[in-house]
Design a protein around this ligand. Structure first.
Ligand SMILES: Nc1ncnc2c1ncn2[C@@H]1O[C@H](COP(=O)(O)OP(=O)(O)OP(=O)(O)O)[C@@H](O)[C@H]1O
Length: 241
């Protein structure tokens, strides 16, 4: 296990989750610690979103499987943007701020929106937003509580290259200000730039949990690690499109 000296925000112990009669999470154990950017990677269907749903309380679990630090505030950006489509961005902010007990002022929201280049959309109805705009807007909603921990399910998906760079810089800045980040991604090059620690999940199990710097002293890059741990099976006979 890594990061023993840092404060633990969430401790996950032998977490199991069954869905539709299938064991999706098969007893995973890990800690989310203070001041760390932790990336969860793995192939489609590995159980990343299920893990996030367990952490954010969407699924009911036994209380010993996930232990959260007392008073921990968590901001969540889920895989799907759950927004009030017929309302404007500002109205959504008002609704979520009231519901979540958000702390962020309109000025702070405006400055994040300006940085992410979506200010002009805040007075517009959400159903008019592009995929990337929705993602950026959802990210801002995740910050409403000024949380200690941000849990993000594929925060960069649908973002153009410049927006990705800006989002990455913003996540770095939030981390330097004292927030921890736990996020999922399929973009290993991005994870290589952003994460301090990487967990690799395969078929509901964590097959690797290590500091990125340690991983990169053994592998050329995360792609190499991914291919080794997850395995590639190329069926020679059926490999043509
Ligand atoms: N409500 C459900 N009922 C039954 N099976 C489900 C349900 N939700 C998810 N699953 C299954 O659980 C497994 C893990 O899904 P999950 O969405 O956690 O994977 P993931 O790693 O996030 O995948 P992706 O990278 O494609 O987003 C998949 O096999 C999926 O089909």
């Amino acid at each position: 296990m890594v990061s023993k000296n840092k404060g633990t925000l969430i401790s996950v112990k032998s977490l199991t989750k069954e869905l539709g009669g299938n064991k999706i999470l098969k007893g995973i154990t890990f800690d989310v610690v203070e001041n760390e950017i932790l990336a969860l990677v793995g192939p489609n269907g590995a159980g990343k979103t299920t893990t996030i749903r367990c952490l954010t309380g969407i699924y009911n679990l036994g209380k010993d499987q996930i232990i959260k630090k007392d008073g921990l505030t968590i901001g969540v950006v889920s895989e799907k943007d759950l927004l009030w489509e017929k309302e404007t961005g500002w109205k959504n902010i008002e609704i979520f701020r009231e519901y979540l007990g958000g702390k962020l002022s309109n000025d702070q929201i405006e400055s994040y929106a300006k940085y992410l280049d979506i200010s002009e959309f805040l007075p517009k109805k959400v159903h008019t937003y592009s995929k990337g705009t929705r993602r950026k807007f959802s990210f801002i909603l995740g910050l409403l509580k000024d949380p200690k921990l941000l849990i993000l399910d594929e925060p960069m998906s649908g973002l153009d290259p410049v927006s990705r760079i800006k989002m990455r810089e913003l996540i770095f800045k939030l981390n330097k200000e004292g927030k921890s980040i736990f996020y999922t991604s399929h973009d290993l090059a991005e994870v290589e730039k952003l994460a301090h620690r990487v967990m690799l999940m395969k078929k509901g199990e964590i097959v690797l949990d290590n500091l990125k710097s340690d991983i990169l002293s053994n592998y050329r890059n995360l792609e190499e690690l991914f291919l080794e741990k997850v395995g590639v099976h190329i069926d020679e006979e059926n490999n043509e499109i």
